[in-house]
Design a protein around this ligand. Structure first.
Ligand SMILES: [Zn+2]
Length: 282
């Protein structure tokens, strides 16, 4: 059903599989706070993108690493354009997959517009990897020796409003007595440290999650799929979004990792979205 991983990881150039960004995020008002005005300039998008806020599904889809925008003032973080196409900058295909899944389920989708290299929104504000100086062996010059003020600007301008926006979506559901589950969508590179990763999809979970267990069993029952149970990563204390927004509220959750070569183009995204929508509605 799906191809085996090959090559040293894949890249996506241009706006392929990222086309929502052409008409998605609103432009920022950079004058609204000091951190925003230091980091952003005209033309930079809002970090928070909420699609289909009134969606009827109980699932709220979240994509922390959907985007790869860099605030213009940060001058591409000193990286070559090709590096900003790679998995170090974003979860290739994940934002487009989340959007398609949102349409299929009539679910709200909360996405983040900026690269994880600017600030990683699946890390706590105090975490060492929040703003990585090196990512998968690539030095990020624009993240070297950052001042405390520069770090705080990125947190205040991107991390804080993104998580406040997600919290507001979940608060609204709670206020309407609507059940909500948090479905976090990530993607992973097919090879890491020279090793091919055989899994098509991974389910990351910890503690008790009925939705994770159910989806793990349903995915494992599909023909031709190699499913990772806490692979290629295990959920642990490094994650931020699910522990804070789902477990912190007592909500059930599902955290998916999808191999990037399967969702690097629109056909793959459509196929994976159809599979996940079918199983999430089973
Ligand atoms: Zn991710």
């Amino acid at each position: 059903m799906f191809a085996k991983p090959d090559g040293p990881g894949i890249t996506v150039s241009g706006e392929m599989s990222d086309s929502e960004d052409l008409h998605g995020p609103a432009q920022l008002d950079a004058s609204s706070s000091e951190s925003l005005s230091r980091l952003f300039s005209p033309g930079d998008p809002e970090p928070l993108i909420v699609q289909n806020a009134g969606g009827s599904s109980s699932h709220v889809l979240v994509c922390d690493h959907a985007g790869r925008r860099i605030p213009r003032r940060l001058d591409q973080l000193g990286l070559a354009p090709a590096d900003l196409d790679r998995h170090i900058a974003w979860d290739i295909g994940a934002g487009a997959l989340a959007s398609r899944l949102g349409l299929a389920l009539d679910a709200c989708v909360v996405r983040q517009a900026y690269s994880r290299l600017v600030v990683d929104c699946n890390r706590g504000p105090e975490h060492d990897d929040l703003i990585p100086a090196v990512s998968d062996g690539t030095v990020v010059p624009g993240n070297a020796n950052l001042s405390a003020e520069a770090m705080q600007d990125r947190i205040a301008a991107i991390h804080t409003p993104y998580h406040a926006g997600l919290a507001a979506v979940l608060d609204a559901r709670a206020g309407q007595d609507r059940i909500a589950t948090v479905v976090s969508v990530h993607s992973f590179t097919p090879t890491m440290n020279g090793l091919a990763r055989p899994w098509h999809v991974g389910v990351l979970h910890q503690q008790d999650s009925a939705l994770s267990k159910r989806m793990l069993a349903l995915l494992q029952a599909e023909d031709g799929l190699c499913i990772g149970d806490n692979q290629p990563y295990a959920m642990d204390g490094i994650d931020y979004t699910v522990p804070v927004h789902a477990q912190g509220r007592g909500l059930d959750y599902l955290e998916l990792e999808v191999r990037q070569d399967l969702i690097a183009n629109e056909a793959g995204q459509a196929s994976m979205a159809a599979l996940l929508a079918r199983l999430l509605q089973a």
